[in-house]
Design a binder for this molecule. Structure first.
Ligand code: ME8
Length: 520
């Protein structure tokens, strides 16, 4: 069994969750579910990033103590996982003792190895980005992200990032798949080639953070820079610094480990994080995948525009799986995308209601009416070319092996995978029209039975394949086919595991209602 570790970024608790957060979490969920259904040992981590100046300021603005504030917003992110049917195995909070202990241990290890020194920082800092910027990076007095910056002068510990430039470049060279997509990889390589400056990794002018270890007797109390604190979450959830913890062994030492991030935070994950890990002599993750950003009806999502969409409002209006489907289907993963309500309605109606939903509804109601509510028998009827070509498309065969599917998933080609599934469903709808089982019934019922059997097999394979994207609806379809829970993995996508004729089926129920605007 292969070990697979997948993580979302831990979300800042300065604000309520929006569809950008739901997007990253659903993408990780799709991968986690796919890997589990393919027989892997999976650990899927998400959580909240609760320290730093940005969160402290939000707590101040809300007039509550930071801990009370973070407890509340963190709970909203936990609720998001339930709302979006996210199958995370753990939820880490950076204010938890297990994390504080782990982040301090990481610091200590980097320090003991001689990579941290005390100095003083003077330069620009953006609280919104929680990032340091050089004078040369500023655009019209703002960070390149458009965030305001402030001048900071304070004693600070530094990490000797400049020393890791060559090691990082060598690592990117030897691990071509570490940064994805390709365009981001090139961007990071040229950034690192441009030269790295040592990184300030502690703050002294506020206190909402993890204390730097070993500063007893010192005048200025340092807290850890929030990004060093935050990145450590990927290890603290695995029991680090206990290297004998089973999770650490399985998911850090011996796993394919992948951090999914938005394009805004790729530098922290592909430059700082691997350098910290090298400095602490720890293994590096295998892959960092950066996805694009959503705009809303063509506009950047922002607090000031007040246009952020709460995932709960989409789920309430369109349905959970409809929302998951649209988020994964609309844009090639890695590209930026635009959220448009009209597109959402068009996509869920054409692909879920009119295509897959219609296929399931038509087939199951014919089976219920004409086959006594049991899986019909195709035996004794010779397959013609139409049958053969249809069956070839639905089953995993030699040229459509699970290995190819795995490659597509690992390349995060979600919208392609979904398009392939929709194409199979369209084929199945064409197959019904070509075969016209309602006519076959009048000629010879055995012909109708064979057609309906092949259609049920088509639905079985489609339902297995869509599980990572829309787990609740696919499970409903698989229940309508009376398929036991332990026969729903990707290993069952072949004719060897076909439905048994005579199996009783429950009464059919619609799976994807057509969405109609109220009053239309
Ligand atoms: O950066 N479109 O947390 P964060 C798509 N705490 N995705 C979006 C998005 C949008 N418009 N807006 C946000 C942090 N995201 C740090 C991470 S990890 C050790 C620490 C998603 O709350 C995207 O994945 O600002 C982005 O990377 C993440 O939310 C940032 O969340």
């Amino acid at each position: 069994m292969n070990n697979f570790y997948i993580t979302t970024p831990i979300y800042y608790v300065n604000d309520q969750p929006h569809i950008g957060h739901a997007y990253t979490s659903v993408a990780c969920d799709v991968l986690a579910r796919f890997k589990r259904l393919s027989g892997n040992n999976v650990k899927f981590l998400t959580g909240t990033d609760e320290h730093g100046q940005k969160v402290e300021k939000s707590a101040d603005a809300a007039g509550v103590a930071p801990q009370t504030f973070v407890d509340g917003v963190s709970q909203s992110f936990r609720n998001l996982t339930a709302l979006m049917n996210i199958s995370n195995d753990d939820f880490i909070r950076t204010t938890e003792p297990r994390h504080i202990k782990s982040a301090q241990a990481l610091w200590k290890k980097m320090q003991d190895n001689g990579h941290i020194y005390l100095g003083a920082y003077s330069g620009w800092y953006s609280v919104r980005d929680e990032a340091y910027y050089q004078e040369s990076e500023l655009v019209n007095g703002l960070a390149p992200t458009g965030a305001a910056v402030e001048w900071v002068e304070e004693p600070s510990y530094f990490f000797n990032l400049s020393k890791w430039q060559d090691k990082l470049l060598e690592f990117y060279e030897q691990n071509q798949n570490f940064i994805a997509p390709e365009s981001r990889r090139n961007e990071i390589i040229s950034f690192v080639k441009g030269g790295l400056k040592d990184l300030s990794i502690s703050r002294t002018t506020f206190s909402w953070g993890i204390p730097v270890p070993g500063q007893e007797g010192q005048k200025d109390k340092h807290i850890m820079y929030v990004w060093l604190d935050a990145l450590a979450n990927y290890l603290s959830a695995l029991g680090y610094p206990d290297k004998n913890s089973q999770d650490y062994i399985d998911f850090w030492q011996n796993s394919y480990s992948m951090h999914m991030v938005g394009k805004d935070i790729i530098r922290f994950h592909t430059v700082y994080w691997p350098a910290f890990l090298m400095a602490a002599e720890l293994p590096l993750p295998k892959r960092i995948f950066a996805h694009g950003w959503w705009t809303i009806e063509g506009e950047k999502m922002s607090k000031s525009l007040g246009n952020a969409i709460a995932p709960a409002s989409l789920v309430e209006e369109f349905g959970l799986d409809q929302t998951r489907w649209f988020l994964m289907r609309e844009v090639p993963f890695g590209n930026d995308g635009n959220f448009s309500r009209d597109r959402m309605i068009a996509v869920i109606n054409s692909e879920l209601a009119n295509n897959i939903g219609n296929l399931v509804q038509r087939t199951l109601s014919m089976v219920a009416k004409n086959c006594g509510g049991k899986v019909p028998d195709a035996n004794g009827v010779d397959k013609d070319e139409i049958d053969m070509s249809f069956l070839y498309k639905i089953y995993v065969t030699e040229d459509n092996t699970p290995k190819d599917i795995d490659k597509k998933y690992m390349g995060c080609k979600f919208n392609d995978i979904m398009a392939d599934i929709v194409a199979i469903s369209s084929e199945a709808n064409n197959y019904i029209d070509n075969k016209a089982p309602w006519k076959q019934k009048k000629i010879d019922e055995r012909l109708m039975n064979a057609t309906l059997y092949h259609l049920l097999e088509g639905i079985r394979c489609i339902a297995i394949m869509i599980q990572p994207f829309i787990p609740a609806s696919s499970s409903k379809i698989l229940n309508l086919l009376s398929i036991p829970i332990d026969k729903r993995g990707f290993g069952y996508l072949s004719s060897d595991h076909a439905l048994l004729p005579g199996t009783a089926l429950p009464p059919p129920e619609p799976v994807f209602p057509r969405f109609a605007e109220k009053g239309v």
